[in-house]
Write a protein that binds this ligand. Structure first.
Ligand SMILES: O=C(O)CCC(=O)C(=O)O
Length: 334
């Protein structure tokens, strides 16, 4: 037996025997068991992950799977994105974002003006990414069998215009989500081309998924910060960090409490990635009023009110329920 398998067996044995270890895991995670001795806090044994992979995610909060999405699919996603940029298709609910460094007066119907699109659940060709069986089989290891696609993005990190605005501040994705438990949420982030330190790959702080959700706000950057790019306050800058360099089609799965961000794009190309945040269909919405998430709630509600509401009022959880799509199993409480 490999060392990872031995360690995993020990961890599972510990969870099995120790009542305190079981209550340390969120109680709301109880219904998600795939088989009693197999469940650890962050992963399920579906027969897919090796002991090494499970242990790695349990300890680090992320897992890199090489060559998961085909070149052909990625090229189709890119073509669809370019069509959207050229305004050849109009999509209900799609959020189109521009880098803060691109002045409004410079409008050009081209990918050069667009740094990100969000909520592409109504774009069949892009949403196909969220339903790819080879992605979902990994997602199930973190969410369990009922899977909702909650939040979709295609990020087109532009060449930095000299103001460092192409950086994405270090943050925890859970800050944006009013549903729990956190351990049953996972992000799949697929590189649409080679990503490295030069074009601003993801940067992660391994192991920070075991912490708690921290306060977030706009960082005080001289050159400006993109809309809704909140940064985590008061994390340890000395914490070891890992630059996740990836090839086209490689996919990173990561926990929503993991502190991560991405660097400046110092090349002349647009660094593209496609991503989806999945949650278990058994997750529940929470009220974030009075919590650290209240500031982002306010911003999101202003956008949602413009997009969906007839009378200008919509509940945060409804704005998520409208966007969420079941991609496997049952939609129990989402
Ligand atoms: O793709 C990137 O540069 C960072 C994406 C990210 O962390 C996010 O949008 O939450």
């Amino acid at each position: 037996m490999s060392r990872a398998a031995e360690r995993l067996k020990l961890l599972i044995g510990h969870l099995d025997r120790s009542p305190s270890a079981i209550t340390a895991a969120p109680t709301s995670a109880q219904p998600f068991t795939h088989g009693p001795p197999q469940r650890l806090r962050y992963t399920f044994d579906t027969g897919l992950l090796t002991p090494e992979q499970r242990l790695f995610y349990e300890e680090n909060g992320f897992l890199l799977i090489k060559n998961l999405v085909s070149e052909e699919d990625i090229d189709k996603f890119r073509q669809e994105f370019e069509k959207i940029c050229r305004q050849e298709v109009k999509i209900p609910g799609l959020i189109v974002m521009r880098d803060v460094a691109i002045a409004k007066s410079e409008f050009v119907p081209d990918q050069k003006a667009i740094s990100k699109i969000q909520d592409f659940q109504e774009v069949p060709e892009l949403f196909r990414y969220c339903t790819l069986p080879q992605v979902l089989q990994y997602v199930e290891c973190f969410t369990g069998p009922n899977i909702m696609a909650m939040h979709t993005m295609l990020i087109n990190k532009p060449p930095d215009a000299g103001k460092k605005t192409s950086r994405h501040p270090m943050h925890q994705d859970l800050h944006y989500f009013p549903f729990r438990p956190a351990d049953r949420i996972v992000c799949a982030w697929t590189a649409m081309e080679k990503v490295n330190r030069q074009n601003g790959c993801l940067v992660v702080l391994p192991g920070t998924h075991t912490g708690t959700l921290q306060e977030h706000d706009y960082p005080e950057w001289e050159g400006g910060v993109n809309k809704m790019y909140h940064g985590v306050r008061g994390y340890d800058p000395q914490h070891p960090r890992m630059h996740v360099e990836m090839e086209k089609g490689d996919t990173l799965f990561f926990h929503p409490v993991l502190i991560h961000g991405s660097g400046m794009n110092q090349t002349q190309g647009f660094r593209k990635a496609i991503s989806c945040h999945y949650a278990s269909g058994d997750c529940c919405y929470i009220n974030v009023t009075g919590t650290t998430q209240e500031n982002i709630e306010k911003e999101v509600m202003e956008i949602a009110a413009k997009k969906y509401a007839v009378d200008g009022k919509i509940a945060l959880k409804d704005s998520w329920a409208i966007r969420g799509r079941l991609v496997q199993g049952e939609r129990i409480s989402m």
